[in-house]
Design a protein around this ligand. Structure first.
Ligand code: FAD
Ligand code: DLZ
Length: 511
């Protein structure tokens, strides 16, 4: 008889996952389930559907090689009920376990379901904390308790102190907590980012890819460029390659945009981190070690560690603190449907179309493309948060709701009314022009804010600031844009707003 049925979900492919920590290889069975419902609750990009089951199959094979009993349900098993609920029920019938052990999932809807298993199955269900994160949920809750504002920067400083990462006896390494001011360079002409390593699909991945093409042929995106790590060993190689070749410039060009350069000096590690092939502690420690060895500058190591120890941990804490109400907020009353060009990459705006086409081909875009291009456009145009959240959940291989939602809903759309960020990341075309190289070859004129060729970002920006001027008046961090609005000659503002209205109308007709 089985003692514990130990459930490992698709984003829990880590040797150290809590559900496996006291595993008894003789009496316990590990259950892994490929289920159709997880591929279609949002219609994920094909690369994400290939990535997760392929990583699951590799992980299950590694467990079995260590003598662990693994009950693995494949997507194409004829008896597969295609849902977690159905499969856990069938597994309980097969193994008659005394108890179920699981790890806290990454999405609220899955936790709700898991919390119902005990009553439904009549068995004790132990849902353990996900110890892969550097801040436990109670730690975040305690940090947040009684604070008027939940700013990432202060959370991050506490995490630096708690972990000792980039800390000296006297305080933060280099005498400052962050070096953001050094991290806003445009990519200079002639500096070519090194190619990122590609992990060619092996037989297991190719089999999953064929299954994806057969079962989900009309999901967004292509599989041709699939090159993600699917094992812990590959993720370690990806980390080592990043630290050696791209981390040295990561800080400097963290905010840059460049046409044809999909990853610049970014790490391409979010899929490995989010599905558990790589631990956040491993990534941070590798960056710190490179700085201490003198191979990367401090602004690069700190910039990278802040993304993981700071932002990644912070958004997860916020998600679990604020869900489920968080997802329902819509502070700016945005209600437009998603424009068709988010799928077709045919908006005519060069920065948008290249971010969307790259997303379709790679299931990846770097942070500035997500935040300042597609996110900024949605914010300015007033696209409904639910529609944009769904788009981000669908299109990126690294999308899991605990990390996607705060970034999209809070950071990009300001739909949470300022819980995550003290002001909206709203920018006109000048920002995109300053940080990137799309504008000179765009059919729109980045210098114009009215007229047929005016950059839509400019018209929409002024319309956005004017539309929300009353609300923003109470926010000292919006003083500059509001002063700009007041300085604007009334005829010019009216022309920009009329242009915005025309553009929004033309966009609506494309649905
Ligand atoms: P790098 O830029 O090299 O950063 C290194 C690592 O830091 C990343 O791998 C990631 O784990 C972490 N990181 C960086 N920024 C953030 C952040 N803001 N929040 C959390 N972790 C961060 N990230 C996801 O993992 N999944 C998502 O679904 C997701 N959706 C996003 C949606 C929007 C609108 C925005 C603005 C950001 C989103 N991000 C998301 C955060 C960030 O854009 C990605 O983590 C990053 O682009 C992944 O690429 P990389 O590994 O090359 O990251
Ligand atoms: C994303 C995903 C996909 C596409 N497929 C599976 C699957 O077949 N089985 C599984 O256990 N997990 C899958 N996942 C990841 C889950 O959606 C993820 O565990 C939840 O989103 C909770 O974070």
């Amino acid at each position: 008889m089985t003692d514990a049925l130990r459930v490992v979900l698709g984003d829990q492919c880590s040797r150290s996952i809590a559900a496996l920590q006291d595993l008894d290889p003789v009496h316990d069975v590990v259950l892994m389930m490929e289920v159709g419902a997880e591929c279609t609750y949002v219609r994920h990009h094909k690369q994400k559907i290939a990535l997760v089951p392929s990583s699951m199959r590799h992980f299950a094979r590694a467990l079995a090689a260590r003598g662990v009993q693994v009950d693995y349900v494949r997507l194409d098993d004829p008896d597969n009920s295609q849902s977690f609920g159905g499969e856990i029920g069938r597994a309980v019938e097969r193994h008659r376990p005394a108890r179920i052990v699981a790890t806290h999932p990454g999405e609220f809807r899955v936790l709700e379901e898991m919390e119902g298993w005990e009553a439904r199955l009549g068995l004790p269900v132990d849902i353990r904390e996900d110890t892969r994160f550097l801040a436990g949920l109670a730690t975040f809750r305690n940090w947040a308790f009684g604070r008027r504002e939940l700013r990432m920067e202060y959370f991050y400083r506490g995490m630096r102190e708690a972990t000792g990462l980039l800390m000296e006896e006297s305080g933060p390494a280099g005498g400052a907590w962050n070096f953001d001011a050094e991290n806003r360079k445009r990519l200079p002409r002639g500096l070519v980012p090194p190619p990122a390593p590609r992990f060619a699909p092996d037989a297991i991945t190719r089999e999953v890819m064929a299954l994806v093409e057969a079962r989900f042929p009309d999901h967004f995106g292509g599989l041709e460029a699939f090159a993600w790590p699917v094992t812990a060993a590959e993720a370690q190689r990806a980390l080592a390659d990043f630290v050696a070749h791209r981390l040295p410039h990561f800080g400097d060009y963290q905010d840059a945009l460049a046409e044809g350069e999909a990853h610049l000096f970014h790490a391409l590690l979010s899929t490995s981190l989010n599905i558990g092939l790589l631990l956040p502690s491993e990534a941070c420690e590798a960056a710190e070690a490179a700085w201490r060895a003198g191979t990367v500058p401090l602004n690069a190591a700190e910039g990278f560690i802040r993304q993981i120890l700071g932002w990644r941990e912070y958004v997860r804490g916020l998600y679990w603190l604020k869900m489920p109400a968080y997802k329902e907020t819509n502070a700016l009353g945005a209600n437009r449907p998603l424009p068709a060009f988010y799928w077709t990459a045919q908006s005519g705006m060069r920065c948008m179309d290249s971010a969307i086409a790259q997303t379709r081909d790679l299931a990846y875009a770097h942070h500035i493309q997500r935040l300042m291009v597609t996110g900024n456009f949605a914010l300015l145009a007033g696209i409904a948060p639910a529609a944009i959240n769904e788009w981000y959940m669908i299109v990126y291989a690294d999308a899991f709701e605990w990390v996607e939602l705060p970034n999209t809903h809070g950071m990009a759309l300001h739909a949470d009314g300022g819980i995550l960020g003290s002001k909206p990341y709203a920018a006109a075309g000048a920002y995109i022009n300053r940080m990137g190289n799309h504008c000179p070859r765009c059919r729109f004129d980045v210098k114009a804010s009215s007229g047929d060729r005016a950059c839509p970002f400019n018209m929409l920006y002024w319309d956005f600031i004017a539309r929300h001027a009353e609300r923003f008046a109470a926010n000292p961090r919006m003083a500059m844009p509001l002063a700009g609005l007041r300085r604007m000659e009334p005829g010019k503002l009216a022309a920009a707003r009329e242009g915005a209205a025309r553009f929004l109308e033309s966009m609506a007709s494309a649905y």
